[in-house]
Design a protein around this ligand. Structure first.
Ligand SMILES: Nc1ncnc2c1ncn2[C@@H]1O[C@H](COP(=O)(O)OP(=O)(O)OP(=O)(O)O)[C@@H](O)[C@H]1O
Ligand SMILES: [Mg+2]
Length: 270
């Protein structure tokens, strides 16, 4: 049995390979001791680690685990998922929207970090709590779907007021920029605020990703990370905005396990 683990800032992603079959599970990073206790019951397993909490997890388990650099593991895992999906891309940019967001250039052989942003899954959780006091991720994502961003976000066409706009009028001019205009005759529900949170995170991640893609002269942008899980609105914002700007977005099923799968593959190849 082989186990690949990406122990991140928020979630521990686990890929298990047994008899050629891959299965996945995840657990909050706050429960890392439980993951260590589970691994301790599997002394024969070959374990590969990655992620910011890999070294800490190694200190809790009896295995002499393989360890790889998170960015390389993630890239290796994405390559493996793309291969399975029969998607062949020579060049692409990938954005890992985890607790934070990390953006990378990828070619057939290597990844190179292109940058990042603090807008990501951690911002979704923290800002959502500050605005609505909700802490359950799935409740946040589901309620965001019924919210109305238009009351909160200022669009280009709002500024130009019917005049001809130099860029598409439906683009966001200022996230949260419509609030003071509407404060006297509208109420902002928790759902509206959550929708606006997905808007600012999705648009920030997309803007930075497509700038990286343009610099790298590719049109392909692969988005992964647990922030997209059960989060149809974030996906929609990122997908639509990427397409609007003339780039091609890809979302990979189980893509949040790229680091876990990748570190296992790198162990195989070492
Ligand atoms: N069940 C869940 N519990 C908590 N957060 C969740 C859950 N499902 C999805 N998320 C979202 O996923 C984000 C974490 O994504 P991911 O697992 O890719 O990051 P990470 O690897 O832990 O962090 P990093 O790579 O930045 O160290 C959270 O910030 C949250 O927005
Ligand atoms: Mg991560």
């Amino acid at each position: 049995m082989k186990i690949g683990i990406d122990a991140g800032g928020t979630l521990i992603k686990i890929a298990i390979e047994e008899d050629g079959q891959l299965t996945f599970k995840k657990q909050p990073s706050a429960e890392i001791e439980e993951v260590a206790a589970w691994l301790t019951t599997l002394p024969e397993a070959r374990v590969a680690l990655t992620g910011g909490k890999a070294t800490f997890l190694q200190s809790l388990i009896p295995h002499d685990a393989f360890q790889s650099i998170e960015f390389d593991a993630t890239f290796r895992g994405i390559q493996s998922f793309l291969e399975q999906l029969n998607i062949s891309l020579d060049h692409y940019v990938f954005a890992n929207v985890g607790t934070g967001t990390s953006i990378h250039f990828a070619d057939g052989d290597n990844q190179l970090r292109a940058g990042g942003t603090g807008a990501g899954g951690g911002m979704i959780q923290g800002l959502s709590y500050l605005l609505t006091e909700l802490t359950d991720f799935n409740e946040v994502t589901e309620r965001a779907l019924s919210g109305d961003r238009d009351k909160i976000d200022l669009k280009v066409k709002h500024i130009y007021k019917g005049d001809k706009t130099p860029i598409p009028g439906d683009l966001t001019a200022a996230n949260f920029g419509n609030v003071l205009h509407n404060m006297h005759d509208m109420t902002f529900t928790a759902d509206d605020k959550l929708a606006a949170v997905m808007g600012i995170v999705g648009e920030t991640v997309t803007t930075i990703s497509i700038h990286a893609a343009r610099e790298f002269k590719t049109e392909h942008v692969v988005y992964i990370g647990s922030s997209f899980l059960n989060n149809a609105l974030l996906r929609e914002v990122v997908m639509d905005y990427t397409v609007l700007r003339g780039f091609k977005p890809y979302f990979i099923e189980n893509g949040e396990y790229s680091g876990a799968v990748g570190t296992m593959r790198l162990m195989d190849e070492s």
